[in-house]
Design a binder for this molecule. Structure first.
Ligand code: ARG
Length: 566
């Protein structure tokens, strides 16, 4: 908004369009340097002058007439807006604007997210994928994209042969019914423990998977059983995290679409035999071959991802396909995309792996094979229990304590993840994530609740009458320095959303929410909001209201709830 006004004012003096100017303008690192800065380097060639001389000449064009002051500072022109004139105008514009940059123009984005494996507990990687994916989903949606989320369940593959073989040997229906995922995992672990000592196990498992792939009735029934019980458990997690999917299409969905892929690869002479298996060689791309059909004739993970990508593009009509999957699968996606390109799918440029780093919970990693894992549901429960404890200490008379604790505990986990650049490894500490004074979800929720309590106090102070402005108003505006900085920050939401989308990076929005919360708390500590002077009070309450709306908007993008009281 500010950049646009300055850009309009500058356009008559420079050889560029308004939009080009908006992109060139910067926000100065220090507030005392002004509100918007224009670096003159790019004009030096055109004007055949030094950037500093250009800055001086440009600055001289502004004498404060339109409420814009300019000052040359080396190669920069620093612009300052007349607060008295612009405060109200900015607040009015923020009130009517929905703050949605229309970037998407209906482009269809499909987001592969969460995608846990059946018959195993959801891993921490899947939790990250779920939260990052859900945030991206909301961000794209707000920016005008036609977006759909897809849960690509790992519900097919040789591990189901192992699962069924183990079940046939040691399975106990009652135990499974009571504790489906833990019991399934136990069987899977037992299989891996005993396989080294029992040569018949692995062949048995392969046999079951082959049966499953060829539609054997018993194999299918057992497989379906494991899928159903797992899904029910996953759903509980999704409900608590507030995440839903437009499509839940597991790997098994592509079973009948695999032959076509293999045929096409064969027709295009891309398949080669290698030690009894069929592969696509990717020597030219500098990658190891992509395995398509294993020696036992079954398909494999990359084959299914080829069929999946084709389906998403051809049938679901995705223009852009995102895969929110851990960084350890980087090579897998590079190979899949390379094979697609070989197949002539030029749209593969619109496929993007959105990787993220490893997360540990209080130092613990997870390994499904050995059964040493962190159960996510237990982590969520623990976070909520601790949140409740903190609330009891801070505000024991609060209404709906349990509900607030759920929002705060889950929010702490979501934000503790999303505030990090997604590629960073995260060592998650629950205590840190729940610190109400730290860079945390609870801190944002607390600040939001503060805006709401200030507003209700303000309303109780009565309707504003036409009052007189305070003595320092001419210089500092009605909001004071801290309020002016906060207000400018509020105008930056659309830029931040754009940047977050360009980088597929929810942490941009997370940092922005923290900046807004910090700026509000600074304002709250510096200025009396509910003051005697009704004109000042009205302006400051308006700023508080806009801040609350901005915080809520950003927090909802990230998947955080916003209790009114805490
Ligand atoms: N189920 C896989 C895993 O847990 C993740 C699937 C990601 N999506 C995909 N299209 N490959 O490793």
């Amino acid at each position: 908004m500010l950049q646009e006004w300055i850009a309009s004012a500058l356009v008559p003096h420079v050889p560029w369009t308004k939009q080009q100017m908006v992109d060139l303008l910067e926000i100065p690192p220090q507030p005392q340097m002004g509100d918007v800065a224009f670096p003159c380097f790019t004009l030096a060639k055109t004007f055949k002058k030094s950037p500093a001389d250009i800055a001086k000449e440009l600055a001289a064009q502004f004498d404060g007439r339109d409420g814009i002051q300019a000052e040359a500072a080396g190669p920069y022109v620093n612009f300052r807006l007349d607060r008295k004139r612009y405060e109200q105008q900015i607040m009015d514009e923020l009130t009517v604007s929905d703050q949605r940059p229309n970037l998407g123009k209906g482009e269809k984005v499909l987001i592969d997210m969460s995608s846990p494996n059946i018959a195993k507990p959801m891993g921490i990687g899947h939790l990250r994928s779920t939260m990052i994916g859900a945030a991206l989903y909301n961000m794209y949606k707000l920016a005008g994209y036609d977006v759909a989320s897809i849960n690509h369940l790992g519900d097919w593959g040789t591990q189901f042969g192992k699962q069924i073989a183990a079940y046939k040997r040691w399975g106990n229906d009652e135990a499974i019914a009571a504790n489906p995922i833990k019991e399934s995992l136990k069987l899977y672990v037992q299989f891996h423990e005993e396989a080294p000592h029992d040569e018949t196990l692995e062949p048995e498992a392969r046999d079951w998977f082959r049966k499953l792939e060829s539609g054997d009735e018993e194999a299918y029934r057992l497989w379906k059983y494991f899928v159903d019980v797992s899904l029910k458990e996953f759903q509980r997690m999704y409900d608590r995290l507030g995440v839903s999917f437009d499509y839940t299409l597991g790997e098994s969905f592509y079973n009948d679409k695999m032959d076509a892929v293999v045929d096409q690869l064969r027709d295009q002479h891309l398949l080669e035999e290698s030690e009894g298996a069929l592969v696509v060689r990717l020597d030219e791309e500098g990658m190891p071959p992509c395995l398509i059909i294993k020696t036992d004739g079954t398909t494999i993970y990359p084959t299914r991802d080829l069929a999946t990508a084709l389906y998403r593009h051809d049938v679901l009509k995705g223009d852009k396909l995102l895969y929110v999957v851990g960084g350890e699968q980087r090579l897998h996606f590079q190979q899949v995309f390379a094979v697609l390109r070989r197949m002539g799918a030029d749209w593969v440029d619109q496929c993007e792996h959105v990787p993220f780093g490893l997360m540990r919970f209080e130092g613990k990693k997870m390994s499904t094979r050995r059964g040493k894992i962190v159960y996510l549901e237990e982590v969520l429960d623990e976070a909520v229990a601790r949140a409740l404890q903190i609330i009891e200490e801070k505000n024991s008379s609060l209404e709906h304590k349990e509900e607030v604790a759920e929002a705060v505990g889950i929010g702490a986990i979501i934000f503790g993840d999303l505030k990090n650049n997604r590629l960073n490894e995260v060592d998650f500490s629950l205590e840190e994530a729940l610190n109400f004074d730290g860079e945390t979800g609870p801190y944002l929720q607390y600040t939001y609740a503060r805006t709401q309590s200030v507003l209700s106090k303000g309303r109780a102070a009565g309707e504003p009458e036409s009052g007189t402005a305070g003595p320092d108003q001419a210089v500092n505006g009605q909001l004071g320095d801290s309020g002016w900085e906060l207000l400018k920050l509020l105008t930056r939401f659309p830029d931040q959303l754009k940047r977050g989308i360009q980088n597929n990076e929810p942490s941009v929005m997370a940092r922005y929410a923290l900046d807004v919360a910090q700026a509000f708390n600074h304002f709250y500590n510096k200025e009396r909001i509910v003051t005697e002077d009704s004109s000042l009070r009205e302006a400051r309450l308006k700023l508080t209201e806009l801040t609350g709306a901005s915080l809520a908007r950003t927090m909802h993008l990230l998947g955080l709830k916003t209790p009114q009281r805490m």
